[in-house]
Design a protein around this ligand. Structure first.
Ligand code: SF4
Ligand code: SF4
Length: 357
């Protein structure tokens, strides 16, 4: 799935230069607000994943390069520190190199690829902070089945290896579902032993697609996690592995939240849509998350950002329990300045444990 966050890239293999870190620190002190943005920059995709609605509802229309840059300036001005480009497959855009270079100057920048294009776009990826390749299993035929195209597994593995060789920060991002739940620990071990970071998505689908800004997750009974105890055990195992492994980028706090949800059905977090995070779609429409209606065009954001309407929606969304997209859980449990600090602390604990081995 092409949705994700990774403030966790601030780690021992971070490529972020010192002046950018200072600028990010200064902005984080100035704006204790929306720090994370996901930009679904295109609706086009060359894969046919079975748990995804994007390719079924593709569109060739998207913002121009200059408009994307103008939008990035606005996000920077309202305090966004981290941007994740996803879609669709953002690497299908011809101008993706120019967009990534521009974004990388100001934000911790992550871009997603389903593994099909990174190899042919290495030069465009040189300045990003993290390239996330989505791959769901070590089983080649199963992965190709899930992605809906043959050769997907092989292309993704080749891309990961090539990017690593080129010194581009690359990691893998499996979507945890019932289809791979029992493989996730071994999958994680395989990549982290090769010093390749792992971040996760959690299979989710949009309950009321028509009511949102756009639709991503498609209901698929094969994917839906039926075994909450097994999911909780995976969370436990990953938390334990993190104590001696600096390459698992999901935070302990996020894993605790997912574990509690899996065992009890209860949330130990309140959603922070429009408060800690927002999303932008391929047309430049902004919403708290993709499941909610747009609140404005990105170009109108400066005028409405501090309005009573936004405050009202922040409050309304804080009681929402309509989805379990992992990136939104992560943004919510790590909201605000203290949330950012807790991410850094989590990364530091993992690295310390790993170095002390
Ligand atoms: S999950 Fe990602 S790669 Fe797969 S069809 Fe959807 S947008 Fe494309
Ligand atoms: S829980 Fe939050 S992220 Fe999920 S649908 Fe509700 S407002 Fe959106």
């Amino acid at each position: 799935m092409e949705y994700y966050v990774c403030c966790g890239v601030v780690g021992e293999n971070s490529m972020i230069d010192r002046s950018k870190i200072l600028d990010l620190a200064r902005r984080s002190l100035k704006h204790d607000g929306v720090h994370h943005a996901q930009w679904f920059i295109t609706r086009k995709c060359n894969y046919r994943c079975r748990g995804c609605n994007v390719w079924m509802d593709s569109s060739p229309v998207e913002l121009s390069t200059e408009d994307v840059k103008r939008g990035l300036d606005i996000l920077r001005d309202i305090g966004v520190l981290e941007i994740v480009f996803s879609g669709g497959n953002p690497l299908l855009r011809d101008d993706i190199g120019e967009i990534l270079d521009y974004a990388s100057k100001y934000f911790i920048t992550t871009v997603y690829d389903n593994g099909s294009l990174a190899l042919s776009k290495i030069d465009e990826l040189r300045n990003v902070d993290f390239v996330a390749i989505s791959l769901d299993t070590l089983d080649e035929s199963k992965n190709d089945y899930l992605k809906g195209v043959s050769g997907a597994w092989r292309r993704a593995m080749e891309a990961i290896e090539a990017l690593k060789k080129e010194g581009i920060p690359v990691g893998v991002s499996p979507t945890i579902s019932q289809m791979n739940l029992h493989e996730i620990v071994d999958f994680t071990r395989y990549f982290t032993e090769r010093k390749i970071p792992v971040w996760y998505s959690l299979y989710a689908y949009d309950y009321q697609p028509a009511k949102g800004t756009f639709s991503i997750g498609k209901r698929n009974d094969e994917y839906e996690i039926r075994d909450g105890n097994a999911l909780a055990e995976v969370c436990d195992k990953l938390m334990s592995m993190k104590r001696e492994n600096g390459y698992i980028y999901i935070t302990t706090r996020t894993l605790e939240a997912v574990k509690h949800l899996a065992l009890t059905g209860e949330r130990i977090w309140r959603c922070k849509a429009l408060k800690s995070f927002l999303v932008v779609d391929h047309l430049g429409r902004v919403s708290g998350c993709h499941c909610k209606e747009p609140v404005a065009s990105i170009f109108d954001l400066p005028e409405i950002w501090r309005s009573p309407m936004i405050k009202r929606l922040q409050k309304e969304y804080s009681y929402c329990t309509d989805c379990i997209y992992l990136c939104y859980i992560f943004y919510s449990v790590h909201a605000g300045l203290t949330g950012l600090l807790s991410i850094l602390f989590d990364r530091w604990e993992s690295i310390k444990a790993y170095m002390g081995k």
